[in-house]
Design a protein around this ligand. Sequence first.
Ligand SMILES: *Cc1c(COP(=O)(O)O)cnc(C)c1O
Length: 361
Amino acid sequence: MPQRVCNFSAGPATLPYDVLEQTAKDVVDFQGLGMGLMEVSHRSKEFMAVVDRTEELLRELMQIPNGYKVLFLQGGASSQFFMVPMNLLSIGKKATYLNTGTWAKKAIKEAQLFGDIDVAYSSEADNFNRVPHQDEYTINEESEYLYFVSNNTIFGTQFQKFPETETLLISDMSSDILSRTIDVSKFSLIFAGAQKNLGPAGVTVVIIREDLLSRAQEAIPTMLKYSTHADKGSMFNTPPCIAISVVCRVLEWLKGIGGTDVIQQRNEQKSAIVYEVMDSGSYYRGHAAKDSRSHMNVSFNLPSPELEAQFIAEATDEGLHGLKGHRSIGGCRASIYNAFPIEGVQKLTHFMEMFAQKNPV
Ligand SMILES: *Cc1c(COP(=O)(O)O)cnc(C)c1O
């Protein structure tokens, strides 16, 4: 194995090393076919089997009930910001959104192109340091769906309890899909760009209730209709073959370690180690309110921007990479997705303790 750094990057993010190694082999020679993964037809039986296996694993790991379609799309999670309202919102009708961060805000902006968007909650005045409890917002009765972001990648907040509603529930789970056990039957649509918890950039997973496929208006482009991709098993056009293949391998890895119950426990254990260091003194200040803390992204500040810059530089020298916070909030952020090992978290907290001792304020 080559020298690996601890990669705290928010996305693209660290992947299991075995997956990288197996993919490297696939790229050169896919299943002994004398062709590499980038060269093989997406309609070959070998590649079709990869797509089928990926869906099967996702269904098994998330316990996706019958009556849902699984789609592998392109255009990133950001394309879902418009595909959701384009396909699900009737002309002139309402939808309710919870504004809990940058990704929610971007989704709201796109949805406003299609209908009357009711922003029922916003934590923007507090720089998105929390997500709401159920009693902090009301869902407009005429709303056709409620949209929320389950984990706010930039601000490090996460819904520990999902909204409950009679209307359709839609969630952007790009940065916490498969990080915990959830009840898919509560949702009408879940989507996730792959590059945080599932694999590489290039493929976006959409899980959609089948009865919603017929809702789209006629006058939308074929490629942007969910039904197009559902009817053709995500093979309407050439899919992102490599990305899907890597997702397949990541899902095999997750199944191998015991699935979502096991990874949830590990994720809770990992984040607890970092939050404990933050809570044990006043040197590191977490951005998220305690009841909204994310198990995936831990955003924090040091006593001054100068110390933050020094912290990030010295951490990098120690092999702790990608700790700089998102440009919109500054500070530091440790992204510790499924594939990030606990040893890396321990290295980080050890470094945090040493740094605070050496640089008192
Ligand atoms: C990263 C991210 C996105 C954007 O994903 P792209 O694939 O780059 O479009 C959207 N939502 C959330 C929650 C994210 O973390």
